[in-house]
Design a protein. Structure first.
Lengths: 884, 109
């Protein structure tokens, strides 16, 4: 019989017993058949029960058998107290689920290494220095010429490759009727061999695919894109698509797990860097530079070499800067090159969500601890109710370890059931949370694998919480003193002391969670109520593109056509939406003086734009059809303050100061109100609007290939007009296509996505924490009333008033609540420093921020205390004393 | 076995020897056979026989099978496995060594 059959025998214990019994009975029957006296035969044989046990122990794994019986017993115990067990399991499940879910997110975004060869040797090159705004900045965008020099400089220590910031582009496979969006990344041809990637189909790029600017119109698809766009059709090789003016041919598909180097974006299409028009420009920093360091290469000498190379490049370039002060050039050149480990890839999502995820992680951990404290209290109360049972077990020879095992197994049941439910919860909530981080038009796509790592985390968590809430009650139960327990006189205070301490801990954590949640909610409120200076009311932003750049008159014809569409109130044209993410800027020179170093931020807009956006015109006039860029400008109040000392600048003029000393002259025709330009957090920027109608040096109109049409609708739901506009734009002029339609409201809301997510989740956890703490408090009070029934009965019998009884029952616990709250405030004040950067216009010391959690906890405590106090007051002294 | 004291050792030896000569005995028959052959000198304690049988079965020296006898009673019949034959050899030579040693001590002393 092998170990396996012994393990199996544990599960078929009853059958094993029957089998042994049958053999023993057969023995006695045989003896009787031989003519022996039945009584004598049985006596000679001895106790069948003892022989059975003897045989049984060799035929199965006895520790496993005891574990099994404890498991069955523990399950029965849990079933006996269905409601409390269910409450314990659910609260734990919620906490474990939230923890696992947070782990999945953190794992997917921050921890998981890229599926490439030697990810640990991958680094991202960045520059640290002082930005043009005078603040420290850390930027990892590079110009391609600089990159080439650096690559050559460290050739022996590392292989450098370029990857552009993955971006959504418009492309067409068949006719231009079907514009589709895809995520595209320009990558160095030699990236694929450097990362050890293999093709799933066709071929990947090599160095030879990335030599001549504009000379390699080939594309490699990601496996994900190949699957969902082409249904894994092998005939995809050789197919072409058009992007801009270029026709690309699909050369291959990269193997499955690789989806680019940016967690949060699944790249659809890779094309060689040489196909990016900016590849020949020295002033465009459009790609990241990643380094695959060779084994054994020292980082510091390599870093110094990179810094020297990059500085030499920028010094050469700075010679062309005119009208910029020496100090500014020094500041510009004074950059430290750093190598940041990029084993997990590098993306904006990572930098943006690092802190929020850490905060969420801590919040869920706190909720988990609160849940554990709850269950620990529950188990302690149960264990004390089982003190007699434990005492009996000890008296008849149950070992200490067996008793610990007994209680721990019961805890493990709770934890495992909770982990199973929690796992389901995490499986569902992970993608849900990801969908909440995402602005609707630009979804971050995240691979959330549920593999052994997540499973391992869940199981480790279950084990941890079993020990956390199970060990102390188990140790206490096992240290029972049979004599005093059976007499019914164990020291009741020791148990209550433990429970009270746990209450204080719970309240402290709960306060912390509520406090942080309050800060996040206030931040979200303040930020989303931040005045933007313009109206989002019924406003649609229609991104329009043309196959080749079109004259301004055509753009105006399209706008005119839309004005006549049913349901459209007003239409204007612009280069991009306010708060839309992109921006451009220039230095300003007033009266020929050198620029003062403050950048002015620009938008190109058509006449009527102010009206559509409902931006206040403070002085002067809006643009007229004849105005051109350069020529006329509208400026905002901050612009007037920054460059004209707050004097009304209407009628005055200024120059835009461009590279190589070119200056463009503008006359200010109007002064307009301040609006939010890039995001909601930064101070209002000096803004400058120029006409959408641009002319070149010779006064000839420039054509435009992309722009936005701003459409104010009469319907309250502007989206309902989206499909009509999609059709009407090409109908107006056949060259025009709509590539995307958003409402301005969505664009605005995309800036508070992180805050909304944090506020929602933090609020959710706060409610859970409060609920759990309330349940815990109720349990402890209820238990202490039960335990002190006799004492309370006597007190009532000798004339104690209801108020006195209530005070007696609640005083200790409320003292603990206070201790916990004070500790919570302390913890809050300490921890808030680490998350301050996530807050907006709130301070941790605001009275409201401190008072709300305190009030919520007090109210919760009061509600929790209500029922136990009523029970205590209603104790009938006579019946109470009689039962004992 | 870890705790093969002399008594237990001889029990294993006797049972294995008996079964190797006459395969397909049940517990009672093993017991009576040992008693008969030894001329009632060796008495197997009835109760301790079964834990020993099950231990040997567990060790893989013997295997058992339920059969229904012509009398209609069911019985669990044992026989020696290959491993059990090997074990019997070891046990036998050990027994020889022990008795030889004991005899030598008795003679020399």
């Amino acid at each position: 019989m092998s170990l396996w059959t012994r393990i199996v025998n544990v599960l078929r214990g009853e059958r094993l017993n029957r089998e042994i019994d049958e053999e023993l009975e057969a023995h006695i029957a045989e003896a009787i058949a031989e003519g022996r006296d039945p009584v004598e035969a049985r006596r000679a044989f001895g106790s069948t029960l003892r022989h059975r046990d003897g045989s049984r122990d060799v035929r199965l794994v006895s520790w496993l058998e005891s574990l099994r019986s404890d498991a069955i017993f523990g399950l029965r115990q849990l079933k006996k107290t269905k409601v409390t067990s269910a409450a314990a399991i659910l609260s734990l499940a919620l906490a474990i689920g939230a923890c696992t879910s947070a782990f999945r997110l953190i794992d997917a975004i921050l921890l998981r290494p890229l599926p490439v060869a030697n990810p640990e040797r991958l680094y991202d090159l960045a520059e640290q220095g002082i930005g043009p705004d005078g603040k420290p900045q850390d930027f990892d965008g590079w110009a391609y010429s600089d990159f080439q020099l650096m690559r050559a400089a460290v050739k022996d220590q590392a292989e450098l490759f370029a990857v552009s910031y993955a971006d959504s582009v418009d492309l067409t496979y068949k006719s231009d009727e079907d514009i589709e969006k895809a995520y595209l990344q320009y990558v160095s041809g030699w990236m694929f061999p450097t990362l050890g990637l293999r093709p799933a189909l066709g071929r990947l790029f090599t160095e030879n695919d990335d030599l001549k600017p504009g000379g390699h119109p080939y594309a490699v698809l990601s496996y994900d894109y190949w699957s969902h766009r082409f249904g894994r059709d092998p005939a995809v090789i050789g197919r072409t698509f058009r992007m801009g003016n270029e026709i690309y041919e699909i050369a291959g598909v990269v193997e499955a797990p690789f989806t680019g180097t940016e967690p949060g974006t699944i790249v659809d299409i890779f094309v060689p860097t040489m196909m990016n028009p900016a590849v020949t420009r020295k002033d465009s920093t459009w790609h990241r530079s990643l380094a695959m360091v060779k084994p054994g290469a020292a980082l510091e000498p390599m870093r110094e070499k990179l810094e020297a190379t990059s500085r030499a490049f920028e010094e050469e370039r700075a010679k062309g800067f005119l009208g910029v002060s020496k100090k500014e050039i020094d500041q510009f050149l004074d950059q430290k090159v750093v190598l940041e480990p990029a084993a997990t890839g590098v993306s904006d999502l990572q930098t943006e969500t690092k802190r929020p995820l850490a905060v969420l992680g801590v919040l869920v951990a706190l909720v988990l601890l609160i849940a554990c404290a709850n269950v620990a209290n529950l188990m302690t109360a149960q264990a004390s109710a089982r003190a007699r049972e434990m005492a009996v077990r000890v008296s008849i020879g149950g070992g200490r370890w067996r008793l610990i095992q007994l209680v721990l197994v019961q805890s493990a049941w709770l934890a495992l059931m909770a982990a199973a439910i929690g796992g389901l919860f995490a499986w569902w909530s992970g993608p849900f949370v990801v969908s909440m981080i995402n602005p609707p038009d630009n979804p971050a796509r995240l691979i959330l694998p549920s593999d052994w790592q997540v499973l391992g985390f869940g199981l480790a968590l279950a084990l941890l919480v079993t020990l956390l809430f199970g060990l102390i009650p188990a140790l206490r139960a096992s240290s029972v003193n049979p004599v005093s327990a059976l007499k019914g006189g164990d020291d009741p205070h020791s148990k209550r002391r433990l429970m009270h301490a746990l209450i204080a801990v719970q309240v402290a954590f709960c306060f912390l969670v509520l406090f942080v949640a309050g800060l996040f909610v206030t931040t979200f409120q303040r930020l989303s109520q931040q005045p933007t200076g313009f109206s989002t009311d019924r406003l649609l932003i229609v991104d329009a593109v043309t196959k080749t750049p079109q004259p301004i008159e055509f753009w105006e014809q399209v706008a005119d056509h839309l004005r006549n569409v049913q349901g459209v109130e007003a239409v204007a044209i612009g280069d991009s939406a306010l708060l839309g993410g992109s921006g451009w800027n220039n230095f300003i020179s007033v009266n020929g003086a050198p620029p003062n170093g403050v950048l002015a931020y620009m938008r190109a807009v058509s006449p009527g734009w102010l009206d559509v956006m409902k931006i206040r015109l403070l002085d002067g006039r809006d643009f007229r059809p004849g105005d051109t860029h350069p020529g006329a400008a509208l400026v905002n109040e901050t612009f007037a303050k920054t460059y004209f000392d707050g004097v009304d600048p209407v009628g005055k003029s200024f120059d835009l100061s461009l590279d190589e000393g070119v200056r463009l002259r503008y006359e200010i025709v109007g002064l307009v109100g301040d609006v939010r330009y890039r995001n909601l957090r930064e101070p209002i920027l000096p803004q400058l609007y120029v006409p959408f109608h641009a002319v070149d040096n010779n006064g000839v109109s420039r054509k435009r290939g992309a722009g936005i049409l701003l459409v104010r609708t009469s319907s309250l739901n502007p989206r309902s007009l989206a499909s009509v506009l999609r059709q009407e734009v090409p109908r107006a002029r056949a060259e025009f296509r709509v590539s995307r339609i958003r409402t301005q409201l969505e664009i605005n809301q995309s800036h508070t996505v992180r805050e909304r997510l944090l506020a929602t989740l933090a609020m959710f956890f706060a409610i859970v924490a409060l609920l759990l703490a309330g349940v815990g408090l109720y349990g402890v009070l209820h238990y202490s009333v039960l335990q002190r029934r006799r004492e309370i009965g006597i007190r009532i019998a000798v004339g104690a008033q209801a108020g006195g009884i209530a005070r007696l029952v609640t005083m200790d616990v409320f003292a603990m609540v206070l201790v916990g709250a004070v500790a919570g405030i302390g913890l809050g004040m300490l921890s808030v420093r680490y998350v301050e950067s996530l807050f907006y216009q709130v301070r941790a010391t605001d009275l409201q921020i401190l008072a709300l959690p305190a009030l919520a906890i007090l109210a919760g405590a009061f509600l929790a205390a209500l029922r136990p106090v009523m029970q205590a007051v209603r104790i009938e002294p006579v019946s109470m004393l009689r039962t004992e | 076995m870890a705790k093969a004291d002399s008594l237990q050792g001889s029990m294993d030896l006797l049972v294995l020897k008996m079964l190797s000569r006459r395969p397909g005995l049940h517990g009672y028959a093993i017991m009576t056979a040992i008693q008969d052959i030894s001329g009632e000198v060796l008495r197997v304690e009835e109760g301790s026989l079964y834990p020993a049988l099950h231990r040997m079965e567990e060790a893989g020296w013997i295997r058992a099978e339920w059969v229904t006898k012509e009398t209609g009673r069911r019985a669990r019949l044992y026989e020696v496995t290959a491993a059990g034959k090997k074990q019997l050899g070891t046990e036998e030579s050990r027994w020889q060594a022990v008795t030889l040693a004991v005899n030598r001590v008795l003679r020399e002393a």
